[in-house]
Design a protein around this ligand. Structure first.
Ligand code: PMP
Length: 286
């Protein structure tokens, strides 16, 4: 059945929603996006995603400041119209359509942004089978250096994920200057001597909304956290590994480049963290 999607103020059947070929999102990947998870028809971490969206827009100098109530209403309307129970809401905001292709873009509010939202269904994460976890491979991180901005420039992560799938893996961890940056669409963690180790925030990685809350919840339960880069060798010698994102929540990583991590099964800390994250965030979902 066709979804109802949102485009620039209208709710339309997905086949009727059209964007110009001159839109800078299409021609230049000049656009930002967010994905907000939905469980039981309610949004997880809506405020965090909205705040990061504002930051991405500011960093790219796109003259649009989303209004919270309006954004919340659009997200909710799409969830309702599509009867979405579990899954996510995708939003993309582009610099708009200047009417022709040009490397130069005007500053300020000369053209309206293009705003598109749609829903995607996924299974209830509380019922997912996690007995296998993810097998990841590694590749050099060949992305641009502003990975803290959530742009739709996703070609390299998409190549890296597809390469992984073709070779029988579930995802790729990217490596730069000898340390892991992150997964193709998730933040990467290892656990060593009971300590959670994950790369510190910088322009090298996306500042995951799931990451921020997970670390907060882990800290409140007296778990030790080290925010620093870690090497592939450290990861291979770790007891556990996992990734986080709004789509996977907390996903165990059981092997890297074909080598088992710990027992080669989802780790007990990882599974506890997943349960804790989902439970806590469902409590405050809106
Ligand atoms: N890193 C990258 C590169 C991502 O694309 C994502 C998900 N969009 C994440 C990390 C995780 O971020 P979040 O927890 O906010 O989904």
């Amino acid at each position: 059945m066709s979804r109802t999607v949102y485009i620039n103020g209208s709710y339309l059947p997905e086949e009727d929603a059209k964007v110009s070929i001159f839109d800078r999102g299409f021609l230049m990947a000049d656009a930002i996006y967010e994905v907000t998870a939905v469980i039981d028809g309610k949004m997880i971490e809506f405020d965090g995603h909205l705040e990061r969206m504002r930051r991405s827009l500011r960093e790219l100098d796109i003259a649009y400041d989303p209004n919270k109530e309006e954004m919340l209403a659009i997200h909710r309307e799409l969830i309702a119209r599509n009867h979405l129970v579990h899954g996510g809401v995708y939003i993309q905001i582009t610099r708009g359509n200047p009417g022709d292709r040009d490397f130069l873009y005007a500053e300020g509010e000369s053209i309206p942004p293009t705003i598109v939202l749609f829903t995607q269904e996924r299974p209830d994460p509380r019922h997912s089978k996690l007995d296998k976890g993810w097998a990841v491979m590694t590749m050099e991180d060949l992305r641009w250096k502003r990975r803290d901005i959530k742009t739709v420039q996703l070609l390299y992560p998409s190549i890296a994920k597809t390469t992984a799938k073709r070779l029988g893996f579930d995802d790729t961890w990217m490596i730069e200057d000898g340390t892991i940056t992150e997964g193709t669409s998730n933040n990467a963690y290892i656990i060593k001597d009971g300590v959670i180790i994950t790369r510190h925030l910088s322009n090298d990685i996306l500042h995951g909304i799931t990451r921020a809350s997970l670390l907060k919840y882990a800290q409140s339960r007296q778990m030790k956290i080290e925010e620093r880069p870690f090497t592939l060798d450290e990861a291979l010698a770790a007891e556990e590994a996992f990734v986080t994102s709004a789509s996977t929540y907390v996903m165990p990583v059981v092997s890297i480049d074909g080598q088992d991590i710990g027992t080669g099964k989802p780790g007990e800390h990882t599974l506890a963290l997943r349960q804790m994250y989902i439970e806590e965030s469902v409590k405050v979902a809106i």
